[in-house]
Design a protein around this ligand. Structure first.
Ligand SMILES: *Cc1c(COP(=O)(O)O)cnc(C)c1O
Length: 353
């Protein structure tokens, strides 16, 4: 039972006034089909499991390497950059927190598009900053002039975007970066599924910061590891802000092994993309409009009503994500599961809509 003690008055007013971020439901136990938080339906690379077991040793007595040099060297080699251009975090959400704490102060403006990842708003509120929200056009493009409003201290761009799965081409992101007088965070949590990425922009556009996750492409949402690629001068500042030991020895070892198994990533990615296209076609056939997704989920709107469909699926132990954005019809974001899971989803949908 919730306590009725009047302790809220101790809390900073802007914290008391804000809504906390609400992650997607994580049902525990039981059997269900979980297509609501864009986890990967395939297990992580067997090499990751080996590395994790290897990291569980007497060495856990010692603190981990504060900046995860071995991990950064592997990530740097993979992306063709220098290790001092990489910063690791406890999931890419931690990386986004570090960025926001570094660039956004009390009363400062930070910009992001809508509909997009809702965490950006929470991170700005935690700094007592102000959100400058720019709507996507109907065809999922952006007004760069609107994002580059005077006084904006940081711009977040999820690319591919969630919930739409759409992505701006790197050449467009480069134009946006050139237009801005502040850092541009290109959140590539879904970059492993996209046709191209923006890492190559960092060299010519030192205000571009690309963030990456192990939760989606690498099937490691439970491990909590992410990283960013940025100009070394930016990474040096971010290192002052992060917790000293923000990544543990186990996740750093697992992440390194995951990056080293690109063959496995390519295999699972191909399967997911094939299933995604089948899922999109199936939802279109049932009457939904489905965007051109470059991620491991699809966004369905304009068809059978989202809320009752969501509820009925849930009743049958199939979890998808019902998303509401102010000024938009609610939509369904459906993660790409295994072929069997998606077959089952489409079968149930054919029954209920
Ligand atoms: C899932 C997601 C993240 C968070 O990834 P973690 O590495 O699990 O913290 C960040 N940005 C977007 C757009 C996401 O969808």
């Amino acid at each position: 039972m919730a306590s009725t003690a009047d302790t809220r008055r101790f809390v900073l007013p802007y914290i008391a006034a804000m809504e906390g971020y609400v992650p997607g439901e994580q049902p525990q136990g039981g059997s269900f089909i979980k297509l609501n938080t864009n986890e990967n339906p395939y297990p992580p690379s067997p090499r990751v499991k080996e590395a994790l077991v290897g990291a569980v040793s007497d060495r856990l007595r010692l603190y981990p390497d504060p900046t995860g040099l071995a991990f950064r060297q592997t990530a740097a080699a993979l992306h063709g950059v220098e290790p001092d251009m990489i910063l690791a975090g406890n999931g890419s959400d931690d990386v986004l927190t570090i960025l926001t704490r570094t660039f956004v102060g009390k009363g400062d403006l930070a910009a992001y598009p809508t509909p997009s990842y809702l965490l950006y708003s929470t991170l700005i509120s935690l700094q007592d900053g102000r959100a400058h929200i720019v709507p996507f056009t109907d065809d999922w493009r952006l007004d760069f002039d609107a994002l580059a409003a005077p006084g904006v201290k940081l711009v977040y761009l999820a690319n591919p975007n969630s919930p739409s799965g759409t992505a701006l081409p790197a050449a467009e992101v480069a134009k946006l970066a050139a237009r801005l007088d502040c850092p541009l965070v290109v959140d590539e949590a879904y970059g492993d599924f996209a046709r191209e990425n923006c890492i190559k922009l960092v060299k010519d556009h030192p205000n571009v910061i690309v963030t990456r996750s192990f939760s989606k492409g690498y099937s490691l949402a439970g491990l909590r590891l992410g990283y960013l690629i940025a100009d070394a001068s930016i990474v040096a500042e971010l290192n002052k802000v992060k917790d000293s030991y923000n990544c543990d020895a186990i996740s750093l070892a697992g992440g390194k092994a995951a990056l080293e198994d690109q063959g496995y990533l390519n295999e699972t990615r191909s399967k997911i993309i094939a299933t995604r296209d089948r899922l999109a076609a199936g939802l279109c056939k049932l009457g939904w409009d489905v965007t051109d997704s470059q991620a491991n989920f699809v966004w369905a709107t304009g068809g059978p009503p989202a809320e009752p469909t969501f509820q009925e699926l849930k009743r049958r132990s199939i979890f998808v994500r019902l998303m509401r954005y102010p000024g938009y019809e609610p939509g369904l974001r459906v993660s790409v599961g295994t072929d069997a899971e998606i077959d089952r989803l489409l079968e149930v949908l054919r029954e209920i809509v």
